[in-house]
Design a binder for this molecule. Sequence first.
Ligand code: AQP
Length: 333
Amino acid sequence: MNDINKVLFSAIQPSGQLTIGNYIGVMRQWIKMQDTHTCLYCIADLHAITTRRSPKELRRDVLDTIALYLACGFDPYKSIIFLQSQVHQHSQLCWLLTCYTYYGELSRMTQFKDKYFQGNKNVNSGLFNYPILMASDILLYKTDIVPIGKDQSQHLELTRNIARRFNSYYGNIFTVPVRYMVKHGSNILSLLNPCKKMSKSDSNKNNVIFLLDSINSVSKKIQSAVTDSNNPHSIHYDMTNKKGISNLLNVLSGLTDKTISDLEIEYSGKSYRQFKSDIIEIISDILIRLQSSYFYYRQNEEYLENILYYGSSRACLRADKLLNKVKKAIGLI
Ligand code: AQP
């Protein structure tokens, strides 16, 4: 895939520490694609305020996230790396698109329903309208490609529907984006409960490998990750009967670019112990490099803020063009 004229947009909310799920599901792909596409990478802080956090925490999480982006290898001069709240066009387009999105569509979003039925006490309308803001983020830049994890597929489908609906009223204003999802690794699961996604807001931190975890903690978490008691032990991919092992295979494949079938051959006849020990070694190598670069960037907050202002001002220029087109199409003076 190489088309520098194709626009790629992707975002992560600074709603806590980033996980190996974020890294494998999207960030690793972003790094590769910044040489072949016109890339916009957003820190979605407006999405993050759908859950309560103190101003201090939000600020810290935004700076942690931009430092991690840079540590992972994003180049702020090659790609546009920006902060959602600094580009006011996102919230403006969001209101406009709210009027082209139906209540029934939003009520069907499984992520909202999950949060609602989990007994979340703060079910604010931001949480309900979240997919419209996500649609605005994407559509504002005439995005062609959106790398996402599996959990965001339904939201992207809604984005496509909103774009088509709007275009059917007003002509070809929005580009209808396509999703880009990695084959293995688009849904990294919780380590102790591989029936659910690995999530940064999980209350049990042993379910999650965070990019800033200590190596000692990574080792403990992987060692206690759920496998199965099948005898003899066999390392093969089977999402029905061997969810834990399959999840670890996805992690390994996502980090090494080896295919699942190559890994099955490599680990044929080997013990779970050996398998886990190799995973620990590979994750540790990646995290040691990433963290040393992260701490280097993180100590210079002024630099991080400047990178965000720079990216946001570039994003603003692009966003403004599209927003004006949308307003004109609707008939707003
Ligand atoms: N476990 C995962 N496996 C693969 N991809 C994942 N992504 C998130 N978790 C996994 C993808 O990362 C992108 C950014 O997601 P996000 O952090 O902005 O929001 P999220 O999907 O809601 O992730 P979390 O960790 O579950 O956040 P919280 O706990 O705050 O709700 C998305 O493309 C996502 O698919």
